[in-house]
Design a protein around this ligand. Structure first.
Ligand SMILES: [Zn+2]
Length: 277
């Protein structure tokens, strides 16, 4: 995995992240003190619309894959990082998500994955603004019990409503065919995320997401069996950037392909359509 190889190209995975339940990605407390309640979640500085920071999405995927691979971390909040070259060469977590070059004494390759910030789609912006109390968000009221005095208090959490749709993009560097196994690990992390949560309040049901856009049943509820826009996957070789080749669309979004199907079909698809280094 960690040999010095020549860069072959990039895989772009894009589509929609749909909120199955409401989302709270918090900002440091100081924002809430300055801007009031609408300062308690991450918002785009210009539009004031909430978004999912790429760093937050990437960090969650990293932590889920760390757990899945039984990698040791010194505390629940610390990040796994390989300290020995032999271990690093076999470690999908450090190869996908990167290892800072200044903390180890062996050669490392840049992490394969870039995760862009995910912004609300235009359709979603219009839809949310029709129904929310504060622009783009609701206040969820919860009863909290003080653990010492046992006095109940009501606290408010600012949330982006369920059903909101964010456009995401992952960019994955490919050096050799070995990297396809790493990409498969990314798909595993994405599937694990669908069973986990993004942001805060996960133990109270917040932050559940699905990759893809979905239809609604007759009663207006989201129907996760009815995928209306799937994931799109494209391969761009180095030659594409040198203007000597066209990108190869491996999976168009109108094929309505969700995550499990994508994971199953991907290796065969790319090996049929693309000659990797
Ligand atoms: Zn590692």
């Amino acid at each position: 995995m960690a040999e010095q190889n020549n860069f072959s190209g990039k895989i772009l995975i894009s589509g929609i992240i749909t909120l199955k339940t409401s989302l709270h990605i918090g900002r440091p407390q100081i924002y809430a003190e300055v801007f009031g309640l609408s300062g308690s979640i991450i918002r785009d500085e210009l539009s004031e619309a909430p978004y999912i920071p790429g760093s937050s999405l990437k960090g969650t995927l990293r932590s889920l894959l760390t757990k899945a691979n039984n990698k040791n971390v010194s505390s629940p909040k610390s990040i796994h990082r390989c300290t020995k070259e032999k271990e690093y060469r076999k470690c999908s977590v450090c190869n996908i998500f990167g290892l800072p070059i200044n903390i180890v004494e062996f050669p490392v390759q840049p992490g394969r994955l870039i995760v862009r910030d995910a912004y609300l789609t235009g359709e979603s912006v219009a839809e949310i603004l029709k129904s929310t109390e504060i622009p783009y968000t609701h206040l969820k009221r919860e009863v909290a019990l003080n653990r010492i005095s046992l006095v109940p208090t009501v606290r408010e959490i600012e949330i982006v409503p369920a059903g909101s749709e964010f456009a995401f993009e992952f960019i994955f560097d490919i050096y050799t065919t070995n990297d396809l196994s790493l990409l498969n690990e990314l798909f595993i992390a994405m599937m694990l995320l669908e069973e986990d949560y993004l942001g805060g309040g996960g133990s109270r049901g917040l932050g559940q997401v699905r990759f893809g856009q979905f239809g609604r049943s007759k009663d207006g509820l989201l129907d996760f069996n009815q995928i209306t826009k799937g994931l799109k996957v494209e391969y761009r070789s180095l030659k594409y950037y040198q203007e000597k080749a066209e990108p190869v669309v491996l999976i168009p979004e109108n094929q309505h392909i969700g995550l499990p199907k994508l994971k199953k079909q991907f290796k065969t698809l790319i090996q049929d359509k693309v000659k990797l280094g």
